[in-house]
Design a protein around this ligand. Structure first.
Ligand SMILES: N[C@@H](CCC(=O)N[C@@H](CS)C(=O)NCC(=O)O)C(=O)O
Length: 248
């Protein structure tokens, strides 16, 4: 059975799980532990340089190390309605790219000043370490610094991240205005999944869709974006209500 390493609170992991579940793929889910789990993952992937990120799906073939590759695998090996609509492959790839841009911008906006927020840092420390008081916080800060360096996150880049997120959401608004129904294309597709999830780190949905702790969640709320793109947030909530979790 395929094994999926993912992070329960990560939108990238959610994209992969949504596609796998939509297609009824049976897989074993394992929670990845950032930083601490990295050496094991490097060994398992035989990848000794470059970034390690999840989701990662181990199958009988080559490991799949990107949510988009996992979604394609689900399409090929699973059942249920297609998510990659015929003739829309290239367009869906573009939506996935936009989703990556918005998620990376959202990660930067929500994490840029996280070192000043001990409560949010402690939420990232796994038990039992998070019960060690000052020691837990020091470990959390050190892991957070490594994470910030890995993704080059700093407060100076906030303005450009905000502009990048806006550009993506404007493209989605244009597509919504041209659409005749509730979806980006005629039917529900991976483009919708990408763009629903793209909003998570800029304007998080209800907790049942995004199980982040209260402090982490607070850091993802950017009122400028949720006010400016309220129409898209409402659209996102409609699609979630209808399609998540997927009804098999
Ligand atoms: N393009 C990749 C991006 C995945 C990604 O950025 N994952 C982050 C989510 S925060 C991750 O694994 N973080 C844990 C770490 O860097 O240790 C995909 O779509 O799978």
């Amino acid at each position: 059975m395929p094994i999926l390493y993912s992070l329960y609170f990560s939108p990238w992991s959610l994209k992969a799980r949504w596609a796998l579940d939509h297609h009824g793929i049976d897989y074993e889910q394992r929670e990845y532990m950032p930083i601490i789990g990295e050496p094991f993952m490097r060994l398992r992937l035989r990848k000794f340089t470059g970034k390690i990120t999840v989701p990662i799906l181990f199958t009988d073939g080559e490991p799949l190390t990107d949510s988009f590759a996992i979604a394609r695998y689900a399409e090929q090996h699973g059942s249920g309605p297609k998510l990659f609509l015929p003739g829309r492959g290239r367009d869906i790839e573009t939506w996935n790219q936009r989703s990556e841009t918005a998620l990376e911008a959202g990660r930067l906006l929500s994490m840029a000043e996280v070192l000043e927020d001990p409560e949010a840092i402690l939420e990232t420390v796994p038990p039992p370490l998070n019960r060690l008081g000052a020691v837990g916080l020091t470990l959390g800060k050190s892991a957070t610094r490594t994470f910030l360096a890995k993704y080059q996150i700093n407060a100076a880049a906030k303005t450009s991240a905000m502009a990048e997120a806006r550009e993506v959401f404007e493209a989605l608004r244009d597509a919504r205005q041209q659409a005749t129904g509730d979806y980006i294309y005629d039917e529900f597709s991976y483009a919708d999944i990408c763009m629903v999830v793209a909003t998570y780190l800029c304007a998080p949905p209800a907790k049942r869709y995004f199980p982040l702790g209260d402090a982490g969640r607070r850091r993802c709320i950017h009122p400028q974006l949720s006010e400016e793109f309220g129409d898209l947030i409402a659209w996102r909530d409609t699609i979630l209500e209808r399609h998540y979790p997927p009804k098999l």
